[in-house]
Ligand binder design. Structure first.
Ligand SMILES: CC(C)(COP(=O)(O)OP(=O)(O)OC[C@H]1O[C@@H](n2cnc3c(N)ncnc32)[C@H](O)[C@@H]1OP(=O)(O)O)[C@@H](O)C(=O)NCCC(=O)NCCS
Length: 177
């Protein structure tokens, strides 16, 4: 697909078998995007190790996937040290696909996943000059403040309403069968 046309890709959670696709996405990030994402230079070796670690540690990764290629990703890292249940989120969109709404679509889906997982607070951290990330975080209701030279956005999530289960004694029917 031509990057000039949008919106590209399907937004979905990555499966365990997507680990290499996620790693390849991180390797395609240019130097500036890596610096913005990881707060400093990040080598190819570090990118590979990071992708491995995310999947090994059960980080939730939501991505924009097109033709088996991850164009952008959002990660939810649990922060078990914090109360209330808090997830730290981080975003990466490849340069050629930035400013086409992928970040916003990933953010929306990430919030839905986080609510479904019972998080009631999300944190997003970036450097104060990262205008795109700050604009995105504000759009999704982040309260931005500055801590030790970093911009930290806090998003409070209302708990997800749990719909009552339909009461049925009949065996489950696979839709379409
Ligand atoms: C930050 C990032 C995820 C945004 O992704 P994206 O797909 O470009 O985001 P979108 O197209 O959905 O739009 C982002 C918002 O930033 C704004 N924006 C983009 N570039 C901007 C810039 N240079 N200055 C000001 N605003 C900018 C857009 O207008 C949009 O604002 P809106 O939500 O008010 O409409 C992407 O730029 C990226 O991956 N950067 C490198 C890694 C990074 O910085 N990660 C964040 C650290 S966690």
């Amino acid at each position: 697909m031509d990057p000039a046309t949008s919106p590209p890709g399907q937004i979905r959670q990555l499966r365990p078998s997507d680990r290499c696709r996620f790693g390849e996405h991180l390797l395609r990030l240019d130097r500036g995007s890596r610096r913005d994402r990881f707060n400093g230079a990040a080598s190819d070796e570090q990118m590979r190790a990071y992708a491995e670690r995310c999947f090994r540690d059960g980080v939730t990764v939501v991505a924009c996937v097109e033709d088996d290629r991850v164009l952008g990703a959002a990660e939810i890292h649990e922060r078990p040290d914090l109360v209330p249940p808090t997830g730290e989120i981080a975003f990466s969109v490849e340069r050629a696909w930035q400013k086409r709404g992928i970040g916003g679509r990933l953010f929306e889906r990430t919030i839905a996943h986080a609510r479904a997982m019972g998080y009631t607070r999300l944190l997003v951290t970036t450097h104060p000059q990262n205008l795109a990330m700050k604009a995105l975080a504000r759009r999704f209701g982040a309260d931005l403040h500055f801590v030790q030279g970093e911009a930290v956005g806090t998003i409070t999530l209302p708990p997800e309403p749990i719909p009552p289960l339909p009461f049925s004694r009949r065996p489950y029917q696979v839709p379409g069968n």
